[in-house]
Ligand binder design. Structure first.
Ligand code: ADP
Length: 391
């Protein structure tokens, strides 16, 4: 099955083509466009490029297109990307303005350009469908809840992959199989021995998710991708009282306040240096106190959420780091794990140092919790989900 994974931003379009079969798949082509003003033109061009390169004889050979959609109003899961999916994306366009409109448009365009391909949307919220009401509700009036305000959670494709891969690497094939079939069969009742994972996706945007027996029990991200850990340039968690106070005191319009919270906050806002952790590390190393503070706040927030899920899970089998910072940030990983011996979490400093952003165990011999680095591969995860859905 030829599956095209389509990654749509407000001014970008990237794609990867996979040949999928039972038991695996391989990447056969990839490409992308920046500064896109018309997604239809970019998609059309990509399909022509694949033909020119001899990867496909005709666009009809593409069996399916997968979309990593972010947030749908009243819709989640791994679903056929039809008009209902487009309506769900458009219903929450104001909550995820950078993501939802380009995906709604992309689905429409692919529907026109590849009328025979099957279109599948995997919502980033899908992995959190089974969290408890206590974990996903905010304490707000019924009228607010009735318009869909609750904790949804994001990075679902990445955390679900961690749920599956960590189970495989820890010899829990039973749990890995539950994860593989999760969007088809739903969760299985857990066996006698639980498998408890905390997954730290630390990248341009970051979140921490608690996972029991392959199913998410909660996550740091909330209603919008604007919550939880400090993000590269987005605020992360903020007391709701701060917004009206800042607007009144600084004389900000709602639009300007929103722009500052989504574009000038997070690690960039705190450090005043950059939204990239490599620049922040460099600045902190040369004595920049704001850069050091940005790192401290990020690490504090990661540990805060690890603590929350340690309690909720009632113990831990594996602590996993993934995405750009999780895979490469050795010093940050070491600081996250500092002083957690009482919880059975002991890092092997040499194994941490030697880890080259490949699948690795980095815990000490006497650690009861496995500490792992697992590289993220979100496109492959999506291609697998599309294949599972359609086979
Ligand atoms: P995105 O969420 O945009 O997909 P990534 O998962 O690629 O982002 O993560 C981007 C982050 O990873 C950046 O903050 C970048 O600084 C960080 N990163 C990438 N390489 C390294 C590295 N070698 N050391 C530390 N951080 C790194």
């Amino acid at each position: 099955m030829l599956v095209l994974i389509s990654n749509l931003g407000s001014t970008s379009f990237k794609y990867r083509l996979f040949r999928m079969e039972a038991g695996g798949g391989e990447d056969v082509a990839k490409g992308g466009y920046e500064r896109v003003t018309d997604h239809a033109v970019a998609i059309h061009d990509a399909l022509e490029q694949l033909q020119r390169d001899g990867v496909i004889g005709s666009p009809d050979e593409i069996d399916a297109v997968g979309f990593k959609t972010v947030l749908g109003k009243d819709l989640s899961g791994c679903v056929i990307a039809d008009q209902a999916a487009i309506d769900a994306l458009e219903g929450f366009a104001a909550v995820a303005p950078a993501h939802n409109p380009p995906y709604a448009e992309g689905i429409r365009q692919f529907g026109k350009l590849l009328p025979n391909a099957r279109l599948v949307a995997l919502f980033e919220t899908a992995f959190y469908q089974w969290t408890s009401p206590a974990s996903h509700h905010y304490a707000i009036p019924a009228s607010w809840r009735s318009i869909g305000i609750r904790r949804y959670g994001f990075h679902g494709a990445s955390h679900k992959f961690i749920a599956e891969r960590s189970a495989e690497l820890c010899g829990r094939e039973d749990v890995a199989e539950t994860v593989r079939r999760l969007y088809l069969d739903g969760p299985k009742t857990s066996g006698p021995k639980p498998f408890r994972v905390i997954s730290c996706h630390l990248g341009g945007s970051s979140s921490v998710t608690g996972i029991r027996d392959g199913v998410a029990i909660g996550t740091s991200m909330g209603f919008s991708p604007q919550s939880g850990l400090p993000q590269n340039n987005r605020v992360g968690e903020l007391d709701s009282g701060a917004l009206p106070y800042a607007m009144r005191t600084l004389g900000l319009s709602l639009e300007e306040a929103e722009r500052q919270l989504t574009k000038e906050s997070g690690l960039l806002g705190l450090s005043g240096v950059s939204n990239d952790i490599r620049d922040i590390n460099e600045a902190a190393a040369t004595g920049n106190a704001d850069a050091a503070l940005a790192l401290d706040v990020l690490i504090h927030s990661i540990r805060h959420w690890i603590g929350a899920f340690l309690i909720e899970l009632g113990g831990l089998d594996a602590l996993v780091f993934t995405a750009g910072i999780g895979e490469n940030g050795k010093a940050l990983r070491a600081r996250v794990c500092e002083g957690l011996e009482a919880f059975g979490i002991r890092m092997d400093p040499q194994a941490n140092e030697d880890c080259r952003a490949t699948e690795s165990f980095i815990q000490a011999e006497n650690s009861t919790v496995k500490i792992m680095v697992i590289p993220a591969n979100e496109e492959l995860v999506l291609a697998r989900e599309v294949f599972r859905k359609l086979s």
